[in-house]
Design a protein around this ligand. Sequence first.
Ligand code: PLP
Length: 231
Amino acid sequence: MTATIAESLSSARQRLSQALQDAGRNVDDALLLAVSKTKPADMLREAYEHGQRNFGENYVQEAIDKQHRLGDLDDIVWHFIGPLQSNKTREVASHFDWVHSVDREKIARRLSEQRPEEMGPLNICLQVNISSEASKSGVSLDKLDELARQVAALPHLRLRGLMAIPAPADNPRQQREPFAHLRQTFVHLRELLPDAPLDTLSMGMSADMEAAVFEGATMVRLGTAIFGARD
Ligand SMILES: *Cc1c(COP(=O)(O)O)cnc(C)c1O
């Protein structure tokens, strides 16, 4: 029998608080982001009815369609977490509260220029390519400081932290390594930019959430664990 959204959401929350507890952290030290890409608006509504407010989406048009269908739920916080092309920045700047996947200056500058004034600053995480063989997305570590300085100076963005998607690893010790590296990078960035509101480490997905929480994640991005496998 397949679990309902309410059941999977409740076990995801339990998993998160257990992981926080095991790591000696407070139970509200990390936020659960429900990654709903490819899932229908009805499933998001069900999660909303069970208290979920933060949703992560990867595809701009799909996300905007769901936002229209869920237009009556005005306190959803929308996070864009997918690869972002420059021809999509205007829509992202006007339809989201957060972007986790900024990895170059051009994208950041466009998001800042295109952010509607009345919406307030757009929250930004820089995506870091922490295990360089894994994916082509993300700024490399040697270019991170420069990008962070540029983003911190943009008027309509608020630089909140870092995001990474490490290469899959199957044992917890191996999973922790890139997350530990991201945390050290985050500590360094806070020293580099003491005035930036840096408070977010977006790391950990359904398969490696415990390892990420152990290493200090403040936002975990769970898709499969909440909504089931994607086609
Ligand atoms: C799809 C996706 C997730 C969720 O992955 P699951 O393994 O389904 O939990 C998290 N983060 C990003 C950036 C994603 O694209």
